[in-house]
Design a protein around this ligand. Structure first.
Ligand SMILES: [Ca+2]
Ligand SMILES: [Ca+2]
Length: 260
């Protein structure tokens, strides 16, 4: 009897050991296929995130009231490659993306061609514009920096001079394996300043004897009303003196401040 009990106990212990082993094995098996494990296993062979995050941005630029200007949208993608992007851009009041009945004036940048990439834009209810750019053949943008799109913007005649900010949000970049990267939102700066013709110190659009007299009076301490110092500084050294007086004379006579 004792022997049978011993055998039974031995059997139970070995069964328990076998059971606990299978549980352990199950646990190991499970850990290989848990949610993170599966995500990681799927992600790893497709893409490894680069050390420096990619960005989409627009360099600070200046524009004069009434002026139309082409602005580059820059993609910086060190160690990464993308086939498409989207973003929303909201310009300040008084500055807009130029459009006509065919749509917004937005084209592909120097890092691709219109054969490789299609660019589309649509107005948003908040006054912004959503821009999409994609490749039908999964072409990537060449290189790791530079323009992926060019936007034509215009400042209204009424806009006041000063510094303005604008936002680019909802930015998404897409890789050839269709994995995506979401860069930080971007805040850009636009300086609105009146344009001028060098030498046109009274701002009437012409450079003539009146500007020459204006510079002379300014140097002598009787600066005329509306005197444009930037237009008067013909050699661009930040001072207005006899050299600029000669510069304005040269512009009138030869069209160039140096007289050459
Ligand atoms: Ca003038
Ligand atoms: Ca000067």
């Amino acid at each position: 009897m004792m022997r049978i009990i011993n055998l039974l106990v031995a059997f139970l212990i070995s069964s328990l050991c076998a059971w606990s082993q299978s549980v352990t094995i199950d646990k190991i098996t499970y850990s290989l296929y848990d949610r993170d494990g599966v995500t990681e296993a799927r992600r790893a062979p497709m893409h490894r995130a680069p050390e420096v995050a990619s960005t989409i941005e627009i360099a600070p630029f200046s524009i004069a009231p009434g002026e139309e200007k082409e602005i580059d949208v820059l993609l910086n993608n060190p160690g990464d490659a993308f086939t498409s992007f989207q973003f929303d851009i909201k310009l300040p009041e008084g500055i807009s993306v130029v459009s006509d009945e065919d749509g917004y004036f937005i084209s592909v940048g120097s890092r691709t061609t219109s054969r490789k990439h299609t660019i589309e834009a649509d107005g948003l209810s908040n006054g912004g514009v959503r821009v999409l750019c994609y490749s039908g053949k999964n072409d990537t943008f060449s290189g790791e920096e530079g323009a992926v799109a060019v936007i034509t913007v215009k400042a209204s005649e009424e806009i006041t001079e000063g510094e303005y900010q604008f936002k680019m949000t909802n930015i998404v970049l897409s890789r050839p394996d269709v994995s995506e990267f979401v860069p930080e939102n971007f805040t850009g700066t636009i300086t609105v300043e009146k344009g001028f013709v060098l030498g046109d110190v009274n701002g009437d659009g012409k450079v003539n004897i009146n500007d020459y007299i204006g510079v002379a009076n300014h140097i002598l301490g009787n600066s005329p009303a509306g005197f444009n110092e930037a237009a008067a500084d013909t050699n661009g050294d930040g001072k207005i003196n006899i050299n600029d007086y000669i510069g304005v004379a040269n512009i009138i006579l030869t069209g160039s401040p140096s007289g050459k």
